[in-house]
Design a binder for this molecule. Structure first.
Ligand code: MSP
Length: 526
């Protein structure tokens, strides 16, 4: 994106956000769906409020974990990656994810980028040979420093035996970046939420050690150009996938172009387990390659189910495909974004899920719209009633709407989705309250009340319009149905103006109401 101004080229920085690049060892799970839905809400908000966005997602396809999975399935690693990558891509489409780039680390362009990056890091004097010994977890694709049991060490996350490694590797000289990384992680705007900062600072303060970036026993990886027999360590290659994604615009792959393609990222959104890679290793790699570091790393919490960790062995994994089929995107988005403070751990509880969706979306928001529009149609010729004094910014619902809009505008860029969702819900509750307090159904029976009934109905419909608009980043489908029920649609490039009070036009036709949100009835466990 660029503008020419008196012969000088000015680059307009888009808002660049990324999900992690998901391992294709298995099908997508609720954890990856959660991050992707949250990023989708943020991307939609940034597009509506600021314009230019690059939303990156994709898959991480190399490494021993994937090599072994393919071996177990007796298919080639490439065939395995193709199948699972397609599953991810298709699933994100079905959830309505608005990603701009879906990167695969087996894309030949990625290999070009990794070579260029490696050459820069090497030219900085940051690649050295060494011997790596230690306990390795293939599930985490990571060396473990403190195996609990020296005799038969086991990974605390995967509950699988760690494997002893002793091999020649190439190392990245992370230790050289001690001071620079200390300064970076000391900044209060780099790691979010605040609760995650200390853990990273403690890790950095212990002293950064060089880390190995090549493997000699893994064939399913990108070859290190000047070291035959070595492939790049999966994390070294995976992090670079973010850059490949940004350069995926049909132009040649070149690190020189990154500044005009959306780098540095505005935020990497990741789970808390991979914070160290993103907040320590990755910025140091960028510094070494002469690239700016990402602006922010947001580490969200983990989801459990009915209080238990989800896992195949427990048989309690929630399949995102099934969840989507049985409950729909709006319901799941609402529950995950409204019930869990993004950043904290959260628990998926089926009964709570059903209750929240039915109370908030079907009753509070859906019924509000349905009953108000039914009354307006009945008494005002199927149209939006005359607004009278209700367009004034001093109307009680106008004041509440303005407060809600400020809360949404402040909380969404901070990824405080729960705060935004609750504010929108409170606005709908206030509109219901106004309807109950003013009781148009009884006043309409009294003579001379038509004009004030019209005002009240207008004000409530107008509030519902704002609820629909404000929901656009969080629940895009429900938002569309609410606006359609008011005879309107989202003008994506005019969102901020549309959020002004009083834009509903009196006399415009109101379509016949249909429920905008079906109640969830789940008799069986999901
Ligand atoms: N491939 C690496 C990321 C490389 S990014 C350059 C990876 N992939 S992963 O598929 O294992 O994990 C992807 C994300 O899912 C991580 O952010 C992880 O934290 C998240 N989650 C995995 N299980 C989760 C939950 N139960 N709940 C929430 N998120 C979870 O790591």
């Amino acid at each position: 994106m660029s503008l020419r101004c008196s012969g000088v080229r000015i680059f307009l920085m888009p808002y660049t956000l990324t999900t992690p690049l998901y391992y294709v060892n298995d099908r997508p799970h609720l954890g990856s769906t959660y991050t992707t839905l949250a990023c989708d809400a943020l991307a939609r908000f940034q597009r509506l409020s600021n314009g230019s966005v690059v939303f990156v997602t994709g898959v991480d396809e190399h490494g021993q974990k994937i090599q072994r999975t393919a071996e177990q399935k007796q298919v080639s690693p490439q065939a395995h990656c193709d199948a699972i990558s397609t599953t991810y891509r298709d699933l994100w489409k079905r959830w309505g994810i608005s990603d701009d780039r879906f990167v695969r680390t087996t894309d030949p362009r990625h290999l070009q980028l990794v070579d260029q990056f490696y050459n820069r890091v090497k030219a900085s004097g940051d690649i050295v040979s060494g011997r790596q010994t230690g306990w390795y977890c293939v599930g985490c694709e990571e060396y473990k420093d403190d195996p609990a049991e020296a005799e038969s060490p086991t990974c605390s996350i995967h509950q699988k035996a760690l494997e002893w490694r002793d091999e020649e590797n190439l190392f990245f000289r992370l230790s050289r970046y001690q001071t620079a990384i200390e300064e970076l992680v000391a900044r209060d705007d780099f790691i979010a939420p605040a609760s995650r900062r200390q853990e990273v600072r403690n890790f950095v303060n212990q002293g950064l050690r060089d880390f190995s970036i090549s493997r000699v026993n893994v064939s399913w990886g990108l070859p290190v150009p000047d070291h035959p027999g070595h492939t790049f360590y999966v994390w070294f290659d995976a992090l670079l996938g973010y850059l490949t994604a940004l350069l995926d615009d049909g132009e040649p792959v070149s690190l020189e172009r990154l500044a005009s393609c959306g780098w540095p990222a505005s935020v990497h959104v990741i789970g808390k387990d991979i914070l160290r890679f993103h907040a320590v290793f990755w910025p140091a790699m960028c510094m070494s390659a002469g690239l700016p570091v990402p602006q922010k790393v947001f580490g969200h919490g983990f989801l459990t189910r009915e209080g238990q960790k989800m896992g195949k062995s427990l048989g309690n994994v929630l399949d995102p495909e099934l969840l989507l089929d049985r409950c729909g995107s709006d319901a799941v988005r609402w529950y995950l974004l409204r019930d869990i403070q993004f950043g904290d751990d959260g628990d998926f509880q089926q009964q709570r899920f059903v209750d929240l969706v039915n109370n908030d979306l079907a009753n509070t928001i859906g019924n509000l719209l349905n009953r108000t529009s039914s009354m307006a149609r009945k008494w005002f010729d199927d149209c939006v009633p005359p607004a009278g004094a209700a367009t004034g910014s001093d109307h009680p619902l106008a004041i509440k709407s303005a407060a809600c809009i400020s809360t949404v505008m402040e909380s969404m860029p901070k990824l405080a989705f729960k705060t935004a969702a609750e504010a929108i819900l409170q606005l709908a509750i206030a509109a219901n309250g106004h309807l109950n307090d003013t009781a148009p159904w009884s006043r309409m029976k009294e003579p001379g009340q038509e004009a004030t009934v019209a005002e009240d109905l207008f004000a409530v419909l107008e509030t519902t319009r704002l609820v629909g608009l404000l929901l656009a980043p969080l629940l895009p489908d429900l938002s569309e149905r609410i606006l359609a029920q008011l005879g309107m649609s989202l003008a994506a490039d005019d969102w901020s103006n549309q959020l002004n009070w009083g834009r509903l036009s009196s006399g415009s036709a109101l379509p016949k109401p249909t429920p905008v949100m079906q109640r969830l009835e789940l008799d069986e466990p999901l």
